[in-house]
Design a protein around this ligand. Structure first.
Ligand code: HEM
Length: 467
């Protein structure tokens, strides 16, 4: 029998939520327990069950009973048209023909070429690439005037936003001009302005163009490796499905990477003991990053999972088609974990910030590498960095999915090693360990020699828009 929606629903919007989501989650927990019925906007039409504690989060994400799906076509309110059309959150979960919305054998088929391609990455060379891009971005902080006695930068707009995106676009094998156009389109799409729809369509077209181009002339890049494994594993992904996976990897790498960099910078600048430990080498950067996974997870809320049958969640009877929102921002404060002697100190990696179950992030190592390298280069180059405003004065975007400040202004003194040309110390490097060969009936060619030095993408770094 259809269970009525609970009488009491908490707002998951508004100033209290935006300014201090962690206290807000704590108050929801004390009012409702581990699962809270919430509305994500004023009309109450966009609603779901917010899952606050670790055990229930695992129950939904691991889904051992085959009850929960990531396929948003199950969302009853969406199917029945009761959601306000044009609501800005809807594009965040609109169904696409990608692994993100697929389950079972279809999910495995759509994921295989991308995951096998990611496994080909040579992490040492990828680190070189990240260092080089990070270095260029930091050099761009100084503009034409060069380093001054005191300097300022917005770590979000000038560093944390561009770095993961530049890395992902470079790994995908885009050339500088198409990366420039893609960067423009992503910026426009995310700005949510009148051009957002057109920009989203342009991005789809660019992904298709990239995938088609690499099919005919492969190179040492992830897209070419995806073609290779698509053939080798007989996965049978068509151009559209491959383009969707390229797009998903770029978007997923960019979003979480940006927020993780920002949140760790903020943690290091506002937690003096931790900051001092990192500078003195008593705490590796990775441990500081791990702490952030617990106390300020890059992805705060996973939207979402949908029930494929009537079920229960916590104390609630849930109907087929209801939505669960997994609140990773609340996991670290789960009282059950603390009562069990759980310590969120640096070494505990049982957080769910990478997700869990079949849809968990397929590439922890690349995600961690981008963020760790970005932070290490930043700390090496600008050791005297500090916040330009009191932390209480930072303003925040609504933390529906990720929690980022609208800007992260910092000041820093003259760097100890002025970046004379910004990249002279980065060694030449090739990209992936072994480029794939296009399918051929001819005898197998030898792998091509390591590629030459990467283009520096200077104009792309110089263009990057400040928010
Ligand atoms: C930088 C830190 C990163 C974090 C914290 C992170 C976190 C996550 C999380 C929580 C999910 C689960 C989504 C869900 O269950 O609904 C996810 C999925 C995913 N991530 Fe990451 N991610 C990161 C970096 C990356 C990078 C660099 C890539 C690109 C190669 C990537 C590609 C993906 C993909 C393709 C999925 C979808 C998996 C599926 O549905 O099967 N992520 N990520």
């Amino acid at each position: 029998m259809h269970a009525p929606w609970p009488e009491r629903t908490a707002p998951l919007y508004g100033q209290d939520f935006a300014s201090d989501p962690f206290s807000y989650y704590a108050s929801l927990r004390s009012t409702f327990g581990p699962v809270a019925p919430v509305a994500l906007e004023e009309t109450g039409a966009l609603r779901g069950y917010l899952v606050l504690d670790h055990a229930h989060q695992l129950e939904v994400l691991q889904d051992r009973g085959n009850i929960w799906t990531r396929d948003s076509r199950w969302y009853r309110d969406l199917v029945q048209g009761t959601l306000p059309p044009g609501h800005p959150m809807i594009p965040q979960f609109t169904y696409r023909r990608s692994r993100l919305y697929a389950e079972g054998a279809r999910h495995s088929r759509l994921s295989a070429p991308g995951n096998h391609a990611l496994a080909q990455l040579d992490m040492l060379r990828t680190r070189d690439l990240i260092e080089e891009l990070a270095d260029q971005l930091i050099t761009a902080f100084f503009g034409d005037r060069g380093p001054q006695e005191w300097n300022e930068a917005d770590i979000l707009g000038q560093y944390a936003l561009p770095l993961p995106l530049l890395v992902m676009m470079r790994l995908m094998g885009m050339d500088e001009s198409s990366a420039l156009a893609t960067g423009h389109a992503i910026h426009e799409m995310l700005s949510g302005g009148p051009g957002a729809r057109r920009a989203a369509a342009e991005l789809d077209a660019r992904m298709r163009e990239l995938v088609t181009g690499k099919e005919h002339s492969p190179g040492p890049d992830l897209v070419s490796w995806m073609h290779h494994f698509n053939r080798e594993l007989h996965s049978g992904l068509d151009t559209h499905e491959l383009s969707e996976d390229v797009w998903l990897q770029i978007v997923a790498g960019r979003g979480a990477g940006t927020t993780w960099i920002c949140n760790t910078v903020l943690e290091l600048l506002t937690n003096p003991d931790l900051g001092a430990d990192v500078i003195a080498g008593r705490c590796p950067m990775e441990e500081a990053m791990n702490r952030v996974m617990w106390v300020n997870a890059p992805i705060q809320n996973l939207i979402g999972r949908w029930a494929t049958q009537d079920t229960t969640l916590g104390d609630y009877r849930v109907n087929c088609g209801d939505m669960a929102v997994i609140c990773l921002g609340a996991t670290g404060a789960d009282p059950a974990l603390h009562a069990a002697g759980h310590d969120i100190a640096r070494v505990n990696r049982s957080h769910l910030a990478w997700g869990a179950g079949t849809h968990a992030c397929p590439t922890h190592d690349l995600g961690s590498l981008i963020v760790r390298t970005g932070l290490e280069v930043l700390w090496n180059r600008l050791p005297g960095m500090r916040l330009a405003v009191p932390v209480e004065e930072l303003t925040w975007d609504l933390p529906y999915i990720a929690r980022t400040p609208t800007a992260l202004p910092v000041v820093f003194p003259l760097p100890p090693t002025p970046p004379a040309n910004g990249h002279s110390w980065t060694p030449p490097h090739s990209f992936l360990s072994n480029p794939p060969r296009p399918i051929s009936t001819r005898p197998k060619e030898r792998p091509s020699a390591p590629q030459g030095r990467l283009p520096r993408w200077r104009s792309l770094v110089a263009w990057w828009p400040r928010r």
